[in-house]
Design a protein around this ligand. Structure first.
Ligand code: CAA
Length: 258
């Protein structure tokens, strides 16, 4: 397992658990965290034994945002010239599924990182927010787009314009998170969910992820075409033959990933 400076990575069977580990800065996302996450997600994607990942933080903070101290001296020329934050697209390029398990603060870039996950499971202690406006800026890692798509214009606009935090109960009502669990059970619940995903047929897993994501990138007609083509492709897999035969024979399917 590679050594990382700002994250901890461990494998539990087919599940990769990635833990943000900059407690002195409430897991603020600096360039090193980005580099570590890019490497860790690439390694996860490349490892055929690994089938689902969980990204988490600490009890107090999933991540309190992009690193304000790192950004403080940066003007337009650096932010624009270096295309600050573009590297996060390498994290969202992960093909295999990953879940964000969020306890405590998920603010600014921390909220945006959670929203890059395929879905979020929240502890009852979770607090989501896009408070960048209070720093004279705005979301920079996709928050204005992903939050709006997740919770709709009214809540997204209010959160971005006021910087107010959304607690876990409101986040669940607003469909920002798939569900809320007691803080003490967060990691166990996220791992259990990841194990369930890890037990699914591999090609169908990637196809399901691509289909749902297509709903955010295309109109309804194109999205349904995409779904139908991918469904037809799955019909050609051995796992489809096995899955349907296993159902008819009243037994569990055994997946080959082809
Ligand atoms: N960047 C850098 N350091 C941070 C940080 C951040 N985003 N958030 C917290 N820290 C540091 C603090 O500076 C502090 O360090 P020191 O002990 O060296 O002073 C340490 O983490 C602990 O933080 P606090 O003492 O502030 O802890 P608290 O419990 O009193 O408050 C908090 C917690 C409300 C989350 C508060 O830390 C806070 O408001 N943080 C900033 C939140 C924020 O504005 N996030 C958006 C950042 S901009 C962004 O993300 C841009 C983008 O869209 C990509």
């Amino acid at each position: 397992m590679a050594d990382y400076e700002t994250i901890l990575v461990e494998t539990r069977g087919p599940v990769t658990l990635i833990t943000l580990n900059r407690p002195q800065a409430l897991n603020a996302l600096n360039a090193q965290v980005l580099a570590d996450l890019i490497a860790a997600f690439a390694a996860y994607d490349a490892d055929a034994e690994q089938r689902c990942a969980v990204l988490t933080g600490s009890e107090k903070a999933f991540a309190a945002g992009a690193d304000i101290k790192e950004m403080q001296p940066m003007g337009f020329a650096r932010v624009y010239g270096e295309n600050l934050f573009a590297g996060w697209e390498r994290v969202t390029a992960t093909r295999k599924p990953w879940i964000a398990a969020v306890a405590g603060f998920a603010l600014g870039g921390g909220c945006e990182l959670a929203m890059m996950a395929d879905f979020i499971i929240a502890a009852d202690s979770a607090k989501f927010g896009q408070p960048e406006i209070k720093l004279g800026v705005a979301p920079g890692m996709g928050g204005s787009q992903r939050l709006t798509r997740a919770v709709g214009k009214a809540k997204a606009m209010e959160m971005c314009l006021t910087g107010r935090f959304m607690d876990a109960a409101e986040a669940e009502r607003a469909s920002l998170v798939s569900r809320v669990v007691p803080a003490a059970e967060l990691i166990a619940e996220a791992l259990k969910t990841a194990e369930a995903i890890a037990a699914m047929p591999p090609l169908a897993t990637i196809a399901n992820k691509e289909m749902v994501n297509a709903a955010f990138e295309t109109g309804l007609g194109m999205g349904i075409q995409f779904e139908r083509r991918l469904f037809a492709g799955l019909a050609a897999t051995e796992d489809k033959a096995e899955g349907m035969t296993a159902f008819v024979e009243k037994r569990k399917g055994v997946w080959q990933g082809r």
